[in-house]
Write a protein that binds this ligand. Structure first.
Ligand code: AMP
Ligand code: MG
Length: 497
């Protein structure tokens, strides 16, 4: 940590830092490191408006200073949050923000509390052996995917700014450094609860739970047991979130308990990736050698993570330990039920099914099985099915299958099921509002990063702009929709460290 004090900027944020007011054991003061030549890569004006930031008199150079950590906004109380976590199943009692700091919290225009965090801004008390920096590539990846999520309507942290620091960071090779400004409804993780529970500090667990209830689950306050109600709501949001991921072919990549937000937002998707061809066992992350976080394992892992949260809360669930365990087990069962229900609804809408059919689940899983056998592109296949529903010929769909499978039996079952009283054009329109045509394809992200490392940010900006309209078939961005050629295919992704 550098002790050098930074100049304070003019009024920009109206901070109200509730986390800083929590006891000292929750956080450590932090200072951003020096950046020799901060340069603004991108600033998210739409999000700034949503947050109520007034940047009209703030030029690019000044924004680079602020979001590169060189000027601390008035009212900020920069701190690193303490947390623990299970990483690939192994518990680490001491993680914490090793390369991030929370500037503070603002109340946005809609009255919601939002964290403003700098990521890659230098070492903190929790950096262990890390340098606290972020390389340009992971910063751009997180920017692209965060904003793609926002446009897809899937809860996730947001990207406010990316700034190149002018510093070099040492990874496998030297890389340009960057700072990412992240906005979250909070950065409280399952691992934050674990941090205190592992120390046997029940009072701190309760303080944290009270903070979480006030902040994210105020309805829980009126329940007979607010902590149990909170746990139920966290589990429900997480189950729904993971169903959303599966519905867009998303693989988080590193679902450690420190990377699962209590708010139900997608967070810390370092080595994340989107499916090209459908394969439920797909893994991209280079560090996930056993496939723990494969596409189809995500609901089970989500439930496992919620079990770790429930363990932390046991003393708050009931004074009688057996009853507490019983209550926790009921939450875990409910997680499974909520996930199954949400998944069914999402995939029914992807297939254009309304109402209830006895065989809906089978119709969906049979289609997925055909997609798997047929090496069909996840995104474009559902989009093609939407067109077939609207009256296009079957070949629009069959074209998406790269290995031979027969779709005719399945298509006749599907036609029997959808053919009740809806105009084909209406059905197509409904399906096209849930089946995106454009996702952040891994090879396009890599291409944007590769060019940016040499100073060309045009692909990055084009990709972010295009992804703001994931459901629209804009001819100008048709190339971004195409699956990778064998040479373009990305087989491995790496986390941001
Ligand atoms: P992740 O799995 O990427 O979310 O990070 C796991 C832990 O490692 C967190 O405590 C991070 O703050 C920490 N960490 C990751 N990269 C660095 C780095 N370059 N310097 C210091 N700490 C890091
Ligand atoms: Mg993390």
């Amino acid at each position: 940590m550098s002790g050098r004090s930074r100049p304070r900027s003019a009024f920009l944020f109206s901070f109200d830092n509730s986390y800083a007011r929590l006891p000292q054991s929750f956080h450590r003061p932090a200072r951003p490191a020096a950046a020799s030549a901060p340069k603004l890569i991108r600033f998210n004006q739409g999000l700034a408006d949503e947050l109520g930031l007034d940047v009209t008199d703030t030029d690019e150079g000044r924004l680079a200073q602020i979001f590169g950590g060189q000027v601390i906004p008035i009212g900020a109380e920069p701190l690193a949050q303490a947390y623990a976590g299970h990483q690939f199943g192994h518990f680490n009692p001491q993680l914490g923000d090793g390369r991030a700091l929370l500037l503070g919290e603002v109340i946005d225009r809609a009255g919601r509390r939002r964290d403003i965090q700098l990521k890659g801004s230098g070492p903190t008390a929790f950096s262990r052996n890390g340098d606290g920096m972020a390389a340009l590539g992971p910063v751009l990846r997180e920017y692209i995917v965060s904003e793609a999520f926002a446009a897809l309507g899937v809860p996730a942290t947001r990207a406010l700014a990316a700034v190149a620091t002018g510093e070099q960071v040492v990874r496998e090779t030297m890389m340009p450094g960057a700072v990412f400004t992240r906005v979250a409804s909070s950065h409280i993780r399952v691992g934050t609860f674990q941090f205190f529970a592992a120390q046997g500090d029940e009072a701190a667990v309760q303080t944290l739970a009270d903070h979480v209830i006030d902040r994210h689950y105020p309805e829980a306050r009126d329940a007979e047991n607010p902590y149990l109600a909170m746990l139920i709501m966290v589990a429900e949001r997480q189950a729904r979130l993971i169903a959303r991921w599966l519905s867009i072919g998303f693989i988080h990549g590193v679902m450690n308990t420190d990377n699962m937000a209590i708010s139900g937002e997608t967070i810390d998707f370092g080595p994340c990736a989107f499916l090209d061809e459908y394969d439920p066992r797909k893994v991209f992350s280079s560090i996930d050698q056993r496939g723990r976080y494969a596409y189809a394992n995500q609901p089970g892992i989500g439930q496992w993570n919620i079990a770790r949260l429930a363990e932390c809360l046991l003393p708050l669930l009931d004074v009688d330990e057996e009853k507490a365990i019983e209550a926790a087990n009921a939450v875990l069962k409910a997680f499974g039920d909520v996930f199954q229900g949400a998944w069914l609804e999402l995939f029914k809408s992807k297939l254009g099914l309304t109402g209830e059919g006895a065989d809906d689940r089978l119709l969906i899983t049979d289609f997925l099985e055909l997609m798997h056998q047929g090496e069909a592109d996840f995104t474009l296949t559902f989009r093609a099915l939407s067109k077939v529903a609207g009256g296009s010929g079957d070949e629009v769909l069959t074209q998406q299958f790269n290995a031979p499978v027969s779709l005719s039996d399945w298509l006749s079952r599907w036609r029997m099921r959808i053919g009740h009283g809806r105009l084909p054009a209406d059905l197509q329109m409904a399906m096209e509002t849930v089946n995106p045509v454009l996702i952040p394809r891994n090879h396009r992200i890599e291409e944007a990063i590769a060019a940016a490392i040499y100073g060309d940010f045009s692909n990055f900006h084009r990709l972010v702009d295009a992804l703001s309209q994931p459901f629209a078939e804009d001819p100008a961005t048709a190339d971004l929709r195409v699956p990778p050629t064998p040479e373009e295919r990305v087989t491995r992704t790496f986390c941001g460290t």
